[in-house]
Design a protein around this ligand. Structure first.
Ligand code: CP
Ligand code: NVA
Length: 302
């Protein structure tokens, strides 16, 4: 039984990512077939930042698979008083069978994986959010079928959620057009990395161009957790709200996605997020199903 980490989408081969979506769909349809898959296993969830979806869906998901779950906020741990990540990893590996971490520095995840002896799942870092994009891909597939060859428009801030979307572009073979103020566009090394994975990405400052003929329009908060330059971001992004006028420029059957939490009338109008093209509640639900599949993969059970 080979265990695995789930730190970023590009750690996995496209075939395995697709298999995870197939398993997630089956878990969603037949949850009773999976109730004792991780019986006797203990999973720790460590949060350096707040969370609603990730915390609740992982806690419920572990229990639904028959495992035990322990949730630890940063200040519950000696990590909050300066114990190193490496020592924390070594110690919890003696008690726990798997850990999911939401952290600031991506390096924390990597160090946890390197210094511990148990699988590590990325529950969001400043760099990426792979569990979210797996849920989004499952959601797209449920509503519109295969995403290969489709056009995804990202409008707004370029953040951790976008990194995982960009990695998915190459792995799942869809096009992306990102519209963002030049000052906030993804770093050159990240662009190089995702293009090496085969990502087909156009970058511009023009939201109208980005959504033209898009099959899916995606946005996220303008101020991610840990960002300090709120005023500057709000000013730079004020013309990047996904509203009805912008959605009209996408394909008539385009979907709208947002990982949540949302800020109505900042990055998205209430009419769009609460409107008929929005699939945000399905995305949130699918976190549960897809993460159950991810945990089975990490335990070497797929
Ligand atoms: N989308 C997402 O990860 O939400 P939470 O911050 O509530 O976990
Ligand atoms: N980009 C957001 C995602 C929240 C789930 C953040 O990092 O705050």
């Amino acid at each position: 039984m080979t265990t695995h980490h789930f730190l970023d989408l590009d750690d996995l081969k496209p075939d395995m990512l697709k298999k995870l979506l197939v398993v997630a769909a089956d878990i969603k349809k037949n949850p009773a077939n999976y109730t004792d898959k991780i019986k006797g296993k203990s999973v720790a969830l460590i949060f350096e930042k707040p969370s609603t979806r990730t915390r609740v869906s992982f806690e419920v998901g572990v229990r639904q698979l028959g495992g035990n779950v322990i949730t630890l906020l940063r200040n519950d741990l000696q990590l909050g008083r300066g114990e190193t990540v490496a020592d924390t990893a070594r110690v919890i590996s003696r008690y726990i069978d798997m850990v999911m971490i939401r952290c600031y520095e991506h390096e924390t995840l990597v160090e946890m994986a390197e210094c511990g002896t148990i699988p590590v799942i990325n529950g969001l870092s400043n760099f990426s959010h792979p569990c979210q994009i797996m849920a989004d891909l499952l959601t797209y597939q449920e509503h519109r079928g295969d995403i290969a060859g489709k056009k995804v428009a990202w409008v707004g801030d370029c953040n951790n959620v976008l990194t995982s979307w960009m990695q998915a572009s190459g792995l799942f073979k869809f096009k992306m057009h990102i519209a963002s103020p030049g000052k906030l566009c993804p770093p050159a090394d990240v662009m190089e990395e995702v293009r090496a994975l085969g990502a087909d990405i156009t970058l511009s400052e023009n939201a109208d161009e980005a959504v033209k003929n898009a099959d899916l329009v995606v946005t996220d908060t303008w101020v991610s957790m840990g960002e300090t330059n709120k005023e500057m971001r709000m000013k730079l992004l004020r013309d990047y709200t996904v509203n009805d006028a912008l959605m009209k420029k996408a394909k008539p059957d385009a979907l709208f996605m947002h990982c949540l939490p949302a800020h109505r009338d900042e990055e998205v109008s209430a009419s769009v997020i609460d409107g008929p093209q929005s699939v945000v509640w399905d995305e949130a639900e699918n976190r549960l199903h897809v993460q159950k599949a991810i945990m089975l993969y990490c335990f070497g059970l797929l």
